[in-house]
Structures are given as C-alpha cells and as structure tokens.
Ligand binder design. Structure first.
Ligand code: GLU
Length: 552
C-alpha cells in the first residue's frame, strides 16, 4: 500500500505537518517539577459538583508546583452540547473563585499560547496528526455502515468473542486495497478514520496512576475511531493530540476514563509522543436518603449535583471550597488547623493524599463548615455578601436590607468578633428569616412563654420593663437592672439561689428576660437581647412589649 498516496487522497488540503505543530507549541519553559494540568469539560449546560472537584484539583496541583492549569472546552459531541453551555461552566468557576492560568475565559475569548482552547477550533491540529498516521500506515479509512457494524456485533456474539469491537479478522476495512478505497471515495461513501492497532491479545500493559498506583490491563487491540465521518475527532484522539500539543504533564480526570488508558497509551506511542502522567479521581457520591446506600450524585435526583445550587442558596464560596478540600485531601484539616488565616487556594495540594474510592458529599457537613466560616466573618463582609445574594435571589428583602446599611451591619454584628461567635447562619437564604424581627413586627406566641410564667406574671414583667427600660445601658448594667425588678415581681434574681429553694419563687431572672425576649423578637432564642433592644430603640421596644401584653 502506498500510504503517502493514501494520506494525500484522504487529506488533500492538509499541508500543515506535526513538525509545524511542534514548532508552534514548543515544550513549556517552566521550572523543574512544575505541573501542567487541564480541566476539560464538555459544554453540557451546567457545572456538576464533581466538575468543581476536578477543577479545584487541577488548579491546586498546578499552583502548588508553580505550574500551569488551563480550561479546555471539549465540544466535539455536538449532540450533547446545549446552548450557552460554556457560560454556565465559567459562571460556576467564577462564583467559587476557581481561576485557571490559561484557556477559555468567556464566549469566544481565551488567554494563553497553546490555543485554541476549544476543540471544535482545533480540527487543523487533529487532521495534521491524522494525515501523518495514515502516511505511516498507523491509520486507515473505514467505510463500514451502521448496518455493517451491527452485523459485526451479531457475528461476535454468535462467535462468543471475548473481546468485542473492530479488530483483527473482524476489521473489514483494515486491509482494503488502494483500488477499493479509491472506488469508495469516488462513490462518495462516508468514511471514518481508524487507528491501526499494533496490540496483541495476549499482551498486557502496566502504567502508574498517581492515586491508584501500578495498574495492569490487557493491551489495546481495537482499531478505535480517530476521526468521525464529519472529520471531528473522537474523545480519545482529541485527548492525545491536545494533551501533547498543550504540553499537559498530568491528566487528572474522572475514573470512568481509567479503562480507556490502554487505548490512549497505544495512540500516544503511535504518534511518537510522551505519555502524560495519569490521575483518575474518584466519583462524588452521596448516601441515598431512602435506601441509605452510597450512590453517584445525579443531576436528576439531587439538586446539589449542580454547582449553581450552592450559589442560589447562598453558601459562601469559601465554605464550599473549604468543605470540598476536606473531601479531596486527607491532610487538609491538619493543614487548616496549623494555618488558620491562610487562603484555601494556597493549600499545598498533594495528589497522593487523594482517595481512590468515591468520596461522600454530605450537605449537613457542608452546613456545619459554612456556619463556622460565617461565624468568623466580619459583619461588613457578611453585609456585602448578603446584599449581593439578595439582589439576585430575594429582591424584596434586598430593598429592606440595604435601605439602611449601617443598621443592617450593626444587627449582623451582634455577638460577632467575640471569642466564641454564634454559629446561626449557614447560608445567605437564611438571613431574611434570621433577622426578620428587625424589619417586621414579630407575632409573639403566648404558648412560648416559659412554663413557670403565667400570663398575669408575664403582663407584670412586660409592664415593669416598659416603665423601667433604659436603652443606653450596656449589657451588664441592663442585666443588673432586670435583676432589680425580680423581688417585686416574685422572681429570684439569682439562678443558683432559685435552684436551692424553688418553692419560694415564681421563677428566676432568666424567665423574666425570656418574657421580654419573646415580646421583642417573637423568639425564645436570639443573640444578645440588650443589643437587640438598643438597636430597635426605646419606642419600638415599648410598642412590642405593650402589644404582646395586650395578647395575654
Ligand atoms: N470532556 C471529558 C468529560 O467531560 C473530559 C475528560 C478528561 O478530562 O479528559 O468527561
């Protein structure tokens, strides 16, 4: 077979050579040990939480080695692609502060010298490599129709063939003569380009996965499709060309690709390229609410599978990243304890500390992490985050919340920046309810009065407070003042004292403050009541005390 002639016949317009590409995309000038990673999503319209996991890994591995991470859009499967799929992915990364060094940055925009970073714009590269493979006898055109491939499948079934696919004696087009090929082309028959596998059934290959260790698998013997009939590459061929010419050192991808590695290694070798290091990461799992079994997070069943869920609910990005890192790297929590103030993105990510089996994503744990993160934030930062969130997702609350920024910041500041801050808020969509009594009149429910306090006693407490409340007082003075009311009301000013002799009193000072709290806020549990009352002001407090008293 005259392979040079065949290549010219199949790719008459391709003049670019692999050597030209080597010159255009030279090895990167990076320090010793620097890693080049890539995140390569298909634009299917949303960013899966597993995608955020993967991207975070790519970015951190590159950062920790002074390397490069880039975002490549894999849009070769037009059937799966949905409109505007790229911007959903970019929005997801932006929301969580995940930044790549190079690659796609927006619709039609990108940065970096190794582009284009969108596969549909890289066809000239795939064709140059494909032409060379044909010239070297390592690829051939296949004219098999869908029916012919079906018939092949049936034959293999009937034969009980252990390996299924296009290979060896089943590969009908592997040894077509030049005349047959020319006739097929002249007849306008569609063709795909297939890899001519040099593998043999009885050989095995071994490779090192950086998480899973040494892996042994049967050698690839399948004549895999490289280019589809429209000239667009398959995932396998695009992976080989792209990760070579983009000079990726570490291919970090989902474990579903593990079984394809023999194919990929065979293709890298056929092209004469160095095989990159492989890292196959575990799936993100959850415990099924009904069965309790571990299963993959599914977009259909689990709203939290889409990263946009966390944005809509208003989880702070720091909390989500922090939680993902505890799942991704077993030594993150130790590092965090030793480096409390350091940015999560500066964590020295270690691939060896990644687990090989599916990690469990637990919304409740994220909620705890988030409460902790928020409890350490400054009130002014929370104000900014809540305002930004509400503007988008709760416009009515936004108007109320931002009407007086100093007031809203002050109420967020109650019991904050103290040694043990409260952990009441997990996400911004809880803030409206959390602060509701500052903005609307609370509906205090008499049924929530402390058990020991009768409606009559409650009325007396409210009247006493109304007459004697001094909003200028600090916490201690205010509490001392309340204690001062106790003897006349029949309550004990000291809790300890009360416990020694409960029969002598109606209750203790805690009951008195609970009644006031309930009247002022409608709740039985709030941050510091003294500050709440100060911020509401004497008039509003009096109004609420009277209003509740009237209900009793
Ligand atoms: N586009 C592939 C996917 O979304 C990427 C796999 C890879 O990272 O190589 O599954």
């Amino acid at each position: 077979m005259d392979n040079i002639k065949l290549a010219a016949l199949l790719f008459p317009d391709v003049t670019l050579t692999p050597e030209d590409l080597e010159a255009k995309y030279p090895p990167r000038a990076l320090p010793e040990g620097a890693r080049v990673t890539r995140f390569a999503p298909s634009p299917t319209g949303y960013l899966h939480i597993g995608g955020l996991f993967g991207a975070l890994t790519d970015v951190l591995v590159a950062r920790a080695s002074n390397g490069v991470s880039f975002l490549r859009i894999e849009d070769t499967d037009k059937k799966r692609e949905i409109e505007d799929g790229v911007s959903a992915i970019l929005k997801g990364f932006e929301a969580f502060g995940v930044e790549f060094t190079e690659g796609v940055t927006g619709f039609g925009t990108e940065t970096g010298d190794y582009g284009p970073y969108t596969q549909s714009q890289r066809v000239f590269i795939y064709h140059a490599v494909a032409k060379r493979l044909v010239e070297e006898g390592k690829a051939y055109p296949c004219f098999c129709t869908a029916e012919a491939l079906n018939a092949l499948r049936e034959r293999q079934e009937a034969d009980g063939a252990l390996i299924r696919g296009y290979f060896g004696k089943y590969a009908r087009c592997r040894d077509l003569s030049m005349e047959e090929i020319e006739a097929n082309l002249a007849a306008g028959k569609p063709w795909v380009l297939r890899f001519r596998s040099a593998g043999s059934e009885d050989k095995r290959i071994t490779f090192e996965d950086l998480i899973r260790g040494k892996i042994e698998m049967p050698e690839n013997i399948i004549d895999e499709v490289l280019l589809k009939s429209d000239g667009i590459p398959t995932y396998h061929f695009a992976h080989v060309c792209d990760d070579h010419f983009m000079r990726t050192t570490h291919v970090i991808r989902g474990e579903e690709w593990l079984s394809s590695v023999p194919k990929h290694i065979a293709m890298f070798k056929a092209c004469g390229y160095k095989v990159p290091k492989y890292v196959h990461t575990a799936q993100v799992m959850k415990l099924d609410d009904e069965t309790g079994d571990k299963r993959k997070l599914s977009k259909r069943k689990d709203p939290e599978a889409a990263v946009s869920y966390f944005v809509e609910k208003g989880f702070p990005k720091e909390a989500v990243i922090e939680y993902l890192l505890t799942l991704l790297n077993s030594n993150f929590e130790d590092w965090r304890r030793a480096n409390p103030g350091v940015e999560a993105m500066d964590f020295p990510f270690n691939l060896k500390k990644m687990g090989a089996s599916g990690c469990l994503f637990d919304l409740l744990k994220l909620t705890d992490v988030s409460k902790n993160v928020i409890s350490h934030m400054k009130a002014s930062d929370i104000y900014d985050c809540v305002a930004a969130w509400a503007k988008e997702y709760a416009p009515e609350f936004y108007a109320i919340f931002t009407a007086d920024p100093a007031f809203s910041t002050a109420i967020l500041n109650i019991d904050r920046e103290v040694p043990k801050p409260r952990k009441d808020i997990a996400k911004w969509d809880e803030v409206q309810n959390y602060l509701s009594y500052f903005f609307t009149e609370p509906e205090a429910d008499p049924a929530l009065l402390p058990e020991r306090v009768s409606p009559e006693d409650a009325k007396a407490i409210l009247a006493c407070c109304c007459a004697n409340y001094e909003p200028g007082e600090e916490k201690d003075a205010w509490f001392a003042r309340m204690k001062g009311w106790c003897p006349d009301l029949g309550f004990c000013p000291e809790v300890k004292e009360y416990k020694k002799n409960p029969a002598a009193y109606k209750g203790h000072v805690g009951d008195v403050s609970s009644v006031v709290r309930l009247a002022v806020t409608g709740r039985t549990n709030t941050p510091d009541l003294c500050t709440i009352m100060q911020l509401l002001g004497k008039e509003k407090v009096a109004e609420r005390l009277n209003r509740f008293a009237a209900k009793l």
